[in-house]
Design a protein around this ligand. Structure first.
Ligand code: FAD
Length: 364
């Protein structure tokens, strides 16, 4: 990942607020990062990727998240698409798709439907086999990055189980409609995707026949660890802004940082950033070691980091006062973006249910 941070700084510069306002990241920015393999840096070198460890990719994800949560969201989707292909696809499908995702194309992953949010077992999208083709029918909502994507990995019912299918956004029957003015991550290209009798070669089907929730858990694992690291980035941006402001702004004859109640906010923010960093480092170690703890460590990292980021961003707003009350300010964006992190990839409540199940089933 050498030089990656400089490239992101060059590409993002001070434009994140403008992208937030217009709801769009320029295509050239996304294509440049994709072509360098940086949107899914964990793709193995043998498949044309950078082969980054989870720890290195995580720190890079946090860096991008500290600059622009919309861009980080696009990165999460691209990485989740690549991970799903890696985990479910055949060697032939790895060779077909992974070099594209590490070489300039853009991808999204679609699980959610109007009646299947937290409860993905209610999914009704179908992938039906017809000789050497499949027909995909369904309605997906809130698919991050779908507005930009060349390929959409769609999860649906397949026979008595489930499968994912790689759908070109340009295929006949695919309609992608951008979600208007979302409250946060506004430039992440969230879109609703209608799949109306979309006919594709059967070779586009990844896996096939797995239990739906097993497939969903596999794909979501990457999304969760990526969002968790993104929340570390949000916290770092908030901490930087809050301490910078508290060091330089004077009220009642002394720096804000020298008022104990403000100093406590800074201590709380630093604590949040450290807690989130440590749980993410632990989860990434589990990924890099292939530890059986990986799934639970990832849910824990996502739950803890999202809650810390939402609280930390609110704390940073408090420290900045009216300085953060301008639309597009880094802390104002963080406040809106962080809240959404508590809803996605398994909301805080759904993560808590998974962690509670784990706690109950642990040996005495
Ligand atoms: P609901 O499921 O209706 O839940 C509403 C509230 O009830 C939540 O607080 C939830 O925690 C709580 N709740 C629900 N069930 C329970 C329960 N059993 N116990 C306790 N509490 C419960 N989807 C994709 O497929 N791909 C994407 O890329 C994607 N990106 C997204 C990006 C953003 C910014 C947003 C907002 C959504 C995105 N989604 C995406 C959809 C997202 O995954 C869902 O919004 C999420 O799963 C929650 O579903 P829901 O919004 O329908 O809320």
């Amino acid at each position: 990942l050498a030089g990656a941070r400089d490239l992101v700084d060059d590409l993002v510069g001070d434009r994140a607020a403008e992208w937030d306002r217009t709801g769009l990241i320029p295509d050239e920015v996304l294509r440049t990062l994709s072509a360098r393999g940086l949107l899914c840096a964990g793709v193995p070198e043998a498949s044309g990727g950078l082969g980054a460890s989870s720890a290195a990719n995580g720190e890079f994800t946090a860096f991008v998240g500290s600059r622009c949560s919309s861009l980080r969201s696009v990165m999460t989707s691209q990485g989740m698409a690549a991970w799903t292909i890696q985990r479910l696809g055949s060697a032939q499908q790895h060779a077909e798709y992974l070099p594209k995702l590490a070489g300039g194309q853009l991808a999204a992953v679609a699980f959610s439907e109007p009646e299947a949010g937290s409860d993905l077992s209610a999914m009704t999208t179908t992938i039906e086999r017809d000789d050497d083709t499949v027909i995909v029918r369904g309605q997906k909502v809130w698919t991050t990055a779908a507005h930009y994507a060349d390929l959409i990995v769609v999860v649906g019912r397949y026979g008595s189980g489930a499968a994912a299918v790689v759908v070109p956004a340009s295929a006949p029957g695919v309609t992608v409609t951008q979600v208007a003015r979302p409250s946060g991550c506004r430039a992440a290209g969230h879109a609703n995707v209608t799949l109306d009798e979309v006919r594709l070669p059967a070779t586009a089907v990844l896996g096939g026949g797995q239990p739906l929730m097993l497939l969903v858990t596999t794909a979501l694992a990457y999304g969760r660890i990526s969002v968790a690291w993104g929340c570390v980035g949000i916290l770092r941006a908030c901490l930087d802004a809050a301490r910078g402001h508290a060091r330089t702004r004077t009220q009642f004859g002394k720096r804000l940082a020298d008022h104990q109640l403000v100093a406590r906010h800074l201590a709380t923010l630093l604590t949040s950033e450290q807690i989130a960093t440590r749980v993410c480092e632990h989860a990434s170690r589990c990924w890099d070691d292939g530890s059986p703890e990986m799934v639970v460590a990832t849910v824990l990292a996502k739950q803890v980091s999202a809650v810390q980021a939402a609280q930390g961003a609110a704390t940073a707003v408090q420290v900045l006062g009216s300085a953060a009350a301008h639309e597009g300010h880094v802390v104002e964006r963080a406040y809106r973006d962080a809240k959404l992190m508590e809803l996605i990839e398994g909301s805080t409540e759904i993560c808590q249910l998974i962690l509670a199940d784990h706690a109950v089933s642990m040996p005495a």
